[in-house]
Design a protein around this ligand. Structure first.
Ligand code: GRG
Length: 350
């Protein structure tokens, strides 16, 4: 229901300005926009399929888990320990949202799962690295992740840091080595650039540093603003989701404009994801989350609920998802998986 309301709203918002202009009078770039708007309106009025997200996620789970499992293998006894530590966190469960987003975006543009899988694996390696490092005593100092003891609890801080480093470097190697040779080398380079960028100063690492700098702020006159919070989460959380969708789209054959629409979609779901995470930290149990609940409150962190109130944060999450969907609804039924994932991101329980 929410879906159809949002489709109608998107249709109303974007319909209009070029409705009766002959296409020969419209410049080419604008023509593409008109064509997209027309598709958007058609999708908004004709899409009635009830997409089954559970079935879709189940169909992706097996291939993703197998590819992840095969991606870290110790070939000599000297690497047994580091590989065990890498595999432990990589195979410890998790929703696999980033690989699914990558594959779904690739398929939306007519690409296939096999083309996207090495990048999907790389994204989950990067995500897992960030979780291992985030849980370290020098960062969030947590001993529970994905319902299991954190990496450093089992392997020690030294090995956990190195396992994270190894997952990060292996992610780039994996894309370069395993992406099928039917994909143009320029695309593979573009993907590696995007993966590198979303981890660096303008990605996870930069977002995390700004987050650490903001911790403990909140003294009158020096409060963390909504703008600060949005910057942190655009980089710390959304950047990897943007890379997931954009890389999938590129592998599927998307044009520059298509990739930009995908980036807009992913930035908004990325922020919504974090708003939902902040809400769950207050409302869910550690058992449901698979990690320690209530940590934000305990550390007096600035979060969306703290700045907007719980109901305000829920409204903000819904607004962001709505905006995300408007960016890609014009792709019609092919966008169903991504649209359903957008809803799931704020409805999830962990
Ligand atoms: C070492 C270069 C380098 C970077 C790491 C620690 C760090 C810098 C960044 C922190 C990134 C981080 C942990 C962001 C939070 C993102 C988030 C909401 C994670 C939870 O993701 P889910 O819910 O987890 O997808 P599962 O377990 O389902 O995979």
């Amino acid at each position: 229901m929410v879906r159809f309301v949002s489709l109608a709203l998107a249709s109303l918002a974007i319909a209009g300005s070029n409705a009766f202009t002959p296409s020969s009078l419209i410049p080419q770039q604008k023509q593409q926009k008109v064509a997209f708007t027309t598709r958007l309106n058609q999708a908004a009025t004709t899409s009635t399929t009830a997409f089954n997200l559970d079935e879709y996620l189940m169909s992706k789970k097996g291939p993703i888990e197998s590819a992840l499992d095969a991606s870290v293998v110790s070939r000599i006894p000297q690497t047994d320990k580091i590989c065990e530590s890498m595999s432990y966190s990589l195979m410890a469960g998790g929703k696999r949202i980033r690989p699914v987003l990558c594959i779904a975006a690739c398929e939306m543009f007519g690409g296939n799962q096999e083309d996207a899988m090495p990048t999907a694996v790389a994204l989950e390696m990067i995500h897992t690295m960030s979780l291992i490092h985030d849980d370290l005593p020098a960062m969030d100092d947590d001993d529970l992740r994905r319902g299991k003891p954190t990496n450093h609890v089992l392997y020690g801080e030294d090995v956990a840091i190195l396992a994270g480093d190894a997952l990060l470097s292996t992610s780039f190697e994996h894309v370069a080595r395993h992406t099928p040779n039917t994909i143009a080398p320029e695309k593979i380079v573009d993907i590696i650039v995007r993966l590198g960028k979303c981890v660096g100063a303008e990605g996870l690492a930069g977002g995390q540093v700004m987050d650490l700098e903001c911790e403990g702020r909140g003294v009158e006159g020096n409060d963390v603003s909504l703008e600060d919070l949005t910057w942190i989460h655009t980089h710390k959380t959304a950047a990897l989701l943007v890379a997931s969708v954009a890389c999938g789209a590129i592998l599927g054959g998307a044009s520059k404009e298509d990739v930009e629409r995908c980036e807009k979609f992913a930035l908004n779901i990325g922020l919504a994801f974090q708003v939902a995470d902040d809400i769950l930290d207050i409302t869910a149990s550690s058992e449901d989350l698979g990690k320690t609940a209530g940590k934000d409150l305990e550390a007096d962190k600035t979060t969306y609920p703290k700045l907007m109130g719980l109901e305000g944060a829920k409204d903000e999450a819904r607004r962001l998802v709505q905006e995300a969907k408007e960016a890609i609804v014009g792709y019609g039924e092919k966008a169903d998986p991504l649209l359903a994932i957008a809803d799931y991101i704020i409805e999830r329980k962990n």
